[in-house]
Write a protein that binds this ligand. Structure first.
Ligand code: NAI
Ligand code: AKB
Length: 376
């Protein structure tokens, strides 16, 4: 076990002996000063520097959610299929598991530090893309699990990345802002007082990543994603999920019940833009990045604007509104428009999909899938 974690654990056990449970002493452990840098030099023979390999060796955590499989596909095209390992705690569908077709999949629970370290060491990982999380709506329904996965899990990831000299990507979100943030547009630097456990955990991730960068030299990179829209992967329980569901329901049933009010404006992005932005920021030379956390944006629309665009192609689509108060309250506290001029200026971010291209692409893709399904 790396020196500083071992010391921390030992110190924690000493002050938290059963029956004692004294909070103030437990807090004192956090003031012992350890530096991941001290163990990085010791552990660095486990890790591989870029000069040793042509390509990074990438581990994606939480890879079976809405975004991970698509990212693995993109990175495998770029770096080779065996250089990108997808991981999760869920059982992978067969097309993901059969590595002959795609690439390696392994079990990894980010709450298990030892398991993470073993994977990083045994596979000589150099880049870590940390996708595991509980999203906004699911997080509000299970705060203690969200706190464990999104905050405790992140601590494991930060320590692993610092100790093994990894380049670390952690996505943040429009949900890292709150009702006191400027909402139209929301700049990179402003008040961040989110009211969800998801948002609080993401602000924590931004700050901890930047702190590890400044204190220990961790190569931490973070993008605040808008709501992401994809055809062949389902969202994991967020506030922006309606903007995915509408396409499936429109194609399959011709009816859609929306859980946000018709005039709720939120920033959104098509998945291909999101994954390309992630690769681009990971490949950007460090000297191009004046910050470690950037907003990225593509479009911004309301449910009624999205419905109108879909109805241009499916005029018979019937839409009703049945507002979910939890999701509506969250959406009302989030940015309406995202200001991403720093990303555009510094590392050349440029989105490709606006609302009309998004709608055409989604309907074509879901329509083609359901035509194939009904033919089989
Ligand atoms: N999809 C979106 O619209 C947006 C996503 N993001 C961020 O991007 C990342 C990926 O998002 P999605 O793929 O949409 O999330 P998702 O909810 O679809 O997938 C998250 C994955 O994390 C896994 N997971 C949960 N607990 C775990 C644990 N203990 N160990 C390992 N894995 C665990 C789940 O099994 C799941 O497959 C998340 O960090 C999310 O906050 C940010 C903004 C927008
Ligand atoms: C925008 C996000 O982070 C996510 N899609 C959610 O709605 O929780």
């Amino acid at each position: 076990m790396p020196v500083f974690r071992a010391l921390a654990r030992a110190a924690q056990q000493t002050v938290l002996t059963p029956g004692c449970g004294c909070r103030p002493l437990a807090l004192a452990v956090r003031h012992i000063s350890f530096s991941p840098r001290q163990v990085t030099s010791d552990a660095s023979f486990h890790s591989v520097s870029f000069s040793e390999t042509d390509h990074p060796k990438v581990l994606i955590t939480g890879g079976l959610g809405q975004l991970g499989v698509g990212l693995a596909k993109l990175l495998r095209k770029r770096f080779g299929k065996n250089n990108v390992i997808l991981s999760d705690i869920r059982k992978p569908p067969s097309h993901v598991f059969h590595s002959g077709m795609t690439g390696p999949f392994i079990y990894s629970d980010i709450l298990d530090y030892k398991n993470l370290r073993e994977i990083v060491v045994n596979n000589r990982i150099t880049w870590l893309v940390h996708y595991s999380a509980l999203l906004s709506a699911v997080g509000e329904a299970n705060v203690s699990l969200a706190r464990a996965v999104n905050i405790t899990g992140l601590h494991n990831i930060l320590d692993i990345a610092a100790e093994h000299g990894l380049r670390l990507f952690v996505p943040s979100t429009i949900g890292a802002f709150g009702p006191t943030s400027p909402r139209n547009p929301t700049p990179d630097l402003c008040v961040q007082r989110p009211r969800t456990i998801y948002g609080v955990s993401k602000v924590h991730a931004e700050l901890m990543g930047e702190y590890y960068h400044h204190k220990y030299g961790l190569d931490f990179r973070c993008l605040r994603y808008p709501g992401i829209i994809s055809a062949d992967s389902q969202p994991g329980g967020g506030t922006t999920d309606y903007a995915v569901a509408i396409f499936h329901d429109a194609v399959k049933t011709g009816k859609f019940e929306c859980n946000l009010k018709p005039d709720t404006r939120l920033p959104m992005m098509y998945i291909d833009d999101c994954l390309r932005a992630t690769l681009e920021v990971m490949e950007s030379p460090a000297e191009q990045l004046s910050m470690r956390t950037y907003n990225i944006n593509a479009m911004s629309f309301t449910p009624e604007e999205l419905v109108a665009e879909v109805q241009k192609q499916l005029p018979d689509l019937q839409v009703t509104y049945n507002i979910d108060p939890v999701r509506q309250a969250i959406a009302d506290s989030w940015p309406m428009n995202f200001d991403d001029e720093n990303a555009r200026r510094e590392w050349g971010w440029k989105h490709e999909y606006d609302l009309p291209e998004l709608v055409t692409t989604m309907l074509n893709s879901i329509g083609a899938d359901s035509r194939i399904a009904s033919a089989n």
